[in-house]
Structures are given as C-alpha cells and as structure tokens.
Design a protein around this ligand. Structure first.
Ligand code: FAD
Length: 394
C-alpha cells in the first residue's frame, strides 16, 4: 500500500495531516515540503513586532516534533517539480515518491510588482516565518539609529495589519495604495475611513490614490518615487499587494486550474485521488457551482476536516460556511464578511453607529443581507450578524 503524500507543511498541510491521523492511526503518511517544516501560525506574522517576538519564538514545533506527533515522515528542503497522475508519482528535487492518495497544500506566493530604479530588488514580502526573520533582521540593522522608516505597498488586510503592528512597535510607517482608503476591496467605506483615522492616530502616514513607481538606493537608505511624482526616503520597503498560487506544478501535471487548483465539493482536483486545499486551492460552491480562492484560516480548517474524512473512507463535502475575516488591527479591530462578488455590484452598504461600535450591513438588490462589517467586533455581535445573513431588511 503506497502512502498518503501531502505536499506542503503550512497550516493546510499540517491540519489535514492531523485530522487524518485522528481517523486513521496506522496508514503511512509522508509530508514533502520545500521549507524546513517547522510549525508556526502564519497569522502571527503580522502581529509579532509590537510583541517583540522573534521568528524563533513564533515556531512552536520543530519538523522533527511534528513528525513524531503525526506519525509521519517529513521530507524537508525538497521541492516537488512534477506530478504524474497516471503513475501516481511525485517527482522532487531529491527523488521520486509513489503515492496512494495525494494532497496538494502548496500555498501561494507574494505577487512581485515590477519597479523602475536600482533598488527594486530590495523590496521585501512576508509570507513565511523565514521572511519575517529577514524583515526583522533588516529593521534591526537600522534600529540603532532610531525607529525604522517602513514603506508598505498595499493597504489590504496584510498591509494594514503590518502598518498597525509596526507603528505600535514605534516605527515610522508610510502606507501606499492606489485606492482612496484602506481595505477598499473588503470593507464598507465607513469602516475603511474608521480604520484610516485609527491608523493616522497611531502615526501612520498615508499615500493613497497612487502607487510606487521607482525604488532607488540613496546612501544607506532607499528612495521611493510615487507615480504622482512625490518621493520620500525610507529604510525598508515591504510589499503586501497580494498572493497568487504558483500553478506551474499543477499545470505541468494536467490538473484543472484557474486562479488556483480547482477542486470539487469534496476537495478533489480534476485527477482522481488528488486533493487540494489552502491558499493553492480554488473551491467550488456546490449551490451555484461558482469557484473561488479563499486564502484564510477558517475555510482551510473546514476543508482539512472534510478531506481527512474522505481520505479515511467517508466521502464528505466541504461545508464552506460564511466566516468573517478578523482584521488584526488593534487600533481598530474589524470583522468583515464582504458580499459575494456577484452581489457586490448591485447592492448597497448601510452603516449604523451606536457610539460603542459601527455596524455596516450590505443588502443585495432584493434587500437581502449578504455581507457585513463591524468595528470593534465581539463574538456575540459576529454571531448575531451571521445568523441574520439571508434575511430581508426589516
Ligand atoms: P502556506 O503556509 O504558504 O504553506 C505552503 C507550503 O507548501 C509551505 O510549506 C511551502 O514550503 C510548501 N510548498 C510550496 N510549493 C512547494 C513545492 N513545489 N514543493 C514542496 N513544497 C512546496 N488568514 C486568516 O484567516 N486570518 C488572519 O488573521 C490571517 N493573517 C495573515 C497574516 C499574514 C502575514 C499572512 C501572510 C497571511 C494571513 N492569513 C490570515 C492567511 C493564512 O495565514 C493563510 O491562508 C494560510 O496560512 C495558508 O496556509 P497554506 O498551508 O495553504 O499555505
């Protein structure tokens, strides 16, 4: 009997391994990963500066400990280059492995924008604990001179979290985004403005409605020139403009892909016995057959539990319930459930502020509640809003 092979040792790979092991104590399991296989919680990366946490402190289990706990063999520092779904093999940089069933949990990679200038290669991105280590090391180099100046490209979820975290740690942050306000793609305008005001009060400078065009070296600092023509000096440039799955392996193996690796309601790819989840997957919504990537923890956990059951012999559909995204900006903590893309164009946000919190509800063209946002958020308010989803405006 060939082993279950899982490619990737992020939260998706390790969660499906853990869930599968709860159901099957003996089946052989191999985890192959390009990184060192150490376990860490990725959401901590954008909340760790203010707590002065080093990369090492974010790692909670070594790969060896994970292997022992999971009863798995973990092959680290090994990149999968091809999957042969006819022969049931994965070809890697260190050899070829046969699988019985295969799970792809290969994540996504930071989008790299092209810039003019001689320091375009100095732009950092943080999508792994090792990136966080490199980012901290860069900041530590300049810290003896005082707080670091950090320019963040992108005021989405990750950019705003880093802005709040770094400002909270005393650094001088400039947030740059082509939109007019932070979190424009996810939040109601009222909440975007609320977050903008909170970040400003924290000392974050905003350069909105423009993008970085050039990045040049200037003595021992960097100079960012914006498309608007203005320029300023900074010590570090952090890119947070989004992630995109690297689909080379999936495409080279003949799997169906769109933005991610397309999976059906049970998490199975177009190849029988091959599953995908996490940031690399594009999930199918059974109700209407639409597909979407969902690069968040809640869907990854739900998918891991369902795929583990299917692998253990109980075919199970992934129940992708609506789950709000928690934005970890302590200055203005938000919970957001954006309306689904097909409803977003034909509905409206309605904001209500009772002095204690702002609640924004999105009603579609039939006046049905299909999205919301709340700041500051609490579990009971989120639960109330979730249970009202699908109901008509009173
Ligand atoms: P990854 O963690 O990227 O793991 C991919 C794994 O695949 C890695 O081990 C990699 O080495 C391996 N791999 C890739 N290619 C290959 C190959 N060819 N061969 C072998 N191995 C390969 N979500 C939330 O819901 N809430 C949050 O608060 C939140 N905060 C976040 C903060 C930050 C800074 C970031 C970057 C993300 C955040 N997210 C948050 C998103 C969430 O963390 C991710 O959706 C999730 O961690 C993705 O896990 P993954 O296992 O799919 O991918």
């Amino acid at each position: 009997m060939q082993p279950l092979i899982i490619i990737g040792a992020g939260l998706a790979g390790y969660t499906v391994a853990r869930e599968f092991r709860k159901l099957d104590k003996t089946a052989a399991m191999v985890i192959i990963t390009a990184d060192d296989g150490d376990f860490y919680s990725k959401p901590m990366l954008s909340n760790a500066f203010a707590q002065s946490k080093s990369a090492q402190q974010l790692v909670t289990q070594s790969a060896a400990k994970m292997a022992e706990q999971l009863g798995a063999s973990i092959v680290t520092g090994t990149r999968v280059t091809r999957i042969d779904t006819a022969e049931n093999t994965v070809v890697t940089t260190t050899g070829t492995y046969h699988y019985g069933r295969l799970v792809l949990a290969m994540g996504a990679q930071p989008i790299r924008l092209a810039f003019d200038g001689d320091a375009a290669d100095a732009v950092l991105a943080v999508n792994h604990v090792s990136d966080y280590a490199a980012f901290r090391a860069r900041i530590a180099q300049v810290e003896p001179r005082g707080p670091a100046r950090v320019a963040i490209l992108g005021a989405g979820l990750i950019g705003c979290e880093f802005a709040d975290d770094l400002a909270g740690a005393g650094h001088a942050v400039t947030l740059i985004d082509p939109n007019a306000a932070p979190l424009s793609a996810l939040a109601a305008p009222t909440l975007s403005r609320g977050l903008e005001a909170a970040l400003k009060a924290r000392g974050v400078s905003m350069r909105f409605g423009t993008t970085a065009a050039r990045i040049d070296r200037r003595d021992d600092a960097l100079q960012v020139t914006l498309a608007s023509g203005a320029s300023f000096d900074t010590d570090v440039v952090l890119s947070a403009v989004g992630l995109r799955p690297d689909l080379d392996v999936a495409n080279g193996s003949g799997l169906t892909t769109r933005r991610g690796i397309v999976v059906d309601a049970t998490g199975q790819t177009s190849a029988p016995g091959v599953y995908a989840l996490g940031d690399c997957a594009e999930y199918t919504f059974d109700a209407d057959g639409t597909t979407r990537t969902l690069p968040y923890i809640a869907p990854l956990m739900t998918a891991a539990r369902a795929i583990a059951r299917t692998l253990a012999g109980q075919p199970t559909a992934i129940d992708l319930k609506a789950a709000p995204v928690i934005v970890k900006t302590p200055s203005y903590p938000l919970a957001l459930l954006p309306p689904p893309p097909h409803a977003a164009a034909n509905g409206n946000w309605h904001a209500a502020d009772d002095g204690a919190r702002t609640v924004c509800r999105f009603y579609d063209e039939q006046d049905v509640l299909v999205g919301f946002g709340v700041a500051p958020h609490e579990a009971n308010v989120r639960t109330e809003l979730l249970s009202a989803l699908g109901t008509k405006r009173g």
